[in-house]
Write a protein that binds this ligand. Sequence first.
Ligand code: SF4
Ligand code: SF4
Length: 178
Amino acid sequence: MVMEPVKGGTLAKLPEQANSLFQSFYPAPAPSPASLAIRYAASLPEVEIVLSGMSSLEQLDDNTSYMQEFKPLTEAERNLVDEITSILNQTIKVPCTSCRYCLEECPISVNIPDYFGLLNLHAVTGQKTNMYYQRFSMNHARASECLKCGKCEHICPQHIPIRSFLEEFAALYETPAA
Ligand code: SF4
Ligand code: SF4
C-alpha cells in the first residue's frame, strides 16, 4: 500500500529543468506530472493500493482519467522517472513535504517544516530571510533549542535526518555574521 505517491504535492509541480524534460517527452497535451508519480507507484508489482490525497475536483478527475483504464509505465517512462529523480535530487536539499506530522510529536514544537523550507530556499537561491525565521519561530521553539530526542524522525514518512538538518539550519540562521 503506497501513501503520498505525489509526496504531499511536491511532485505535482516540477522544477523548470525537470518539467521541460517531462513536457518534451509526451506529445501535447502532456499528462499531469502527478500522473507519472501515481502510475509509477501503481506499476510496481508488489503494490496493490495507491492512496493519493486530492484536494479539488480537478485533481479527482485527473486521477480517475488514467487509473480507470490503468496502463503500467513503459520502459521509456521508467527512464524518464530516473532522469527526473536525478534532477530533483540535485535541486532539493531536504525532501520535506510539509505534512507537519513531526510537529505533532515534537515536545517543544520546533517549526521543522517551515525551517526546512527556508533551508531549501537557501540551497537553491543562496538567500537568507531572517524576517521569515522570526515569523516562523514566533510561536515555536528555535532550531537551536532542539532537544535531539528524535521523536520527529520516528514519524517522518520521508525518513529525513531532521536533527542533523536542524543543526545545519541553526548554524545558518542563528550564527551571528562575522
Ligand atoms: S529531535 Fe528536536 S525537533 Fe525532533 S522532536 Fe525532538 S526536540 Fe523536536
Ligand atoms: S520533516 Fe518529515 S514529518 Fe516533518 S513536515 Fe517534513 S516530511 Fe513531514
